[in-house]
Design a protein around this ligand. Structure first.
Ligand SMILES: [Zn+2]
Length: 318
């Protein structure tokens, strides 16, 4: 299971945790909870916390983090907890995966607590898988808890959404996110890495912030040189397609967004000032859309070199 042990509970989890506590206290904890996170905010970690909260052996301190149940859940080894996610290179959760999960949930719990399933990212379920899960949500076995984690709730079946109680996990400020990463990983250019990727802190837990900062410098200077006609898209495309493409695309997207934001009242500006003078705002938005489209395709079997090349030609024509 990817849910690593959370060093300390992040402060931006507070509101969501309080909601769960209130539901438990009122005896109305739903059997299906949709954890709707901003990307990288820790939805899986929050789901793991909920699993510990309901299955902890120390009722007064739950989740204590120390009992066998809490430790097993943190390690992804609890016999009553299943995590369903895309397997291998696939980006989809299949109907067979959901059927296996449902069969497992129907078995009696090993311990005295809940049978729990965490589905992440829930939008990865294909339509067949989502429909199969809907059946389990409609007729849940007693004492089961289904935790669906998603940052794209609108991509879930509406019927699936309506069967779950919603738990929102909003992104922390960059300052808070940087503080958290520093506590978890030690000092580093975290603020820069967060700004460069536009990601939430949990997306960077395993990242090398200095390498990200360096990659950003390289990416931006390459774009600048292409804009000046000093570099040709084909040579760059070949290099970019080979490694770090996803990260480069997110670096460019957040760089473009920052350039637009820096210019404030967009309606009054047609050309950017500051570090990227002369760029046309409308074209910049179009470019930003093109990057977003490409990021969606980056996991598919498209010819990456050709796709990057056409993106860079678009940039060269700005
Ligand atoms: Zn415990």
């Amino acid at each position: 299971m990817n849910g690593r042990v959370v060093p300390t509970l992040p402060p931006w989890f507070d509101a969501a945790c309080r909601e769960v506590e209130a539901a438990i206290a009122a005896g109305r904890l739903a059997h299906g909870i949709l954890v709707h996170e901003d990307p990288g905010s820790g939805g899986l970690q929050l789901a793991t916390w909920i699993a510990q909260r309901v299955n902890c052996k120390d009722a007064k301190r739950a989740p204590c983090g120390e009992c066998q149940s809490c430790r097993w859940i943190a390690a992804g080894q609890h016999p009553d907890l299943t995590q369903l996610q895309p397997e291998g290179d696939s980006t989809q959760i299949t109907v067979q995966g959901v059927r296996d999960l449902a069969a497992d949930l129907a078995l009696t719990a090993h311990g005295a607590g809940y049978k729990i399933a965490i589905v992440t990212p829930a939008e990865a379920m294909n339509p067949f898988a989502a429909n199969a899960l809907l059946k389990t949500l409609e007729e849940p076995p007693p004492r089961t808890l289904l935790l669906l984690v998603t940052s794209q709730a609108s991509r879930l079946l509406p019927t699936l959404r309506s069967r779950c109680s919603k738990l929102r996990l909003a992104a922390p400020s960059r300052a808070l996110a940087a503080q958290y990463l520093e506590a978890a990983r030690g000092a580093g250019p975290w603020t820069e890495a967060l700004a460069a990727t536009g990601a939430g802190p949990f997306a960077l837990l395993d990242a090398d912030p200095a390498a990200i900062a360096q990659l950003r410098v390289d990416t931006v200077s390459t774009l600048t040189e292409i804009g000046r006609g000093n570099l040709q898209p084909p040579a760059v495309a070949e290099r970019w397609a080979k490694s770090d493409l996803g990260l480069r695309l997110s670096l460019i997207e957040s760089w473009v967004t920052d350039r637009v934001l820096e210019n404030g009242a967009i309606r009054d500006v047609t050309h950017l000032s500051g570090p990227a003078p002369g760029l046309n705002i409308c074209r910049l938005f179009e470019f930003s859309d093109a990057i977003r489209d490409m990021r969606k395709l980056a996991h598919t079997s498209i010819n990456k070199t050709m796709a990057v090349e056409s993106l860079l030609w678009r940039w060269a024509r700005q």
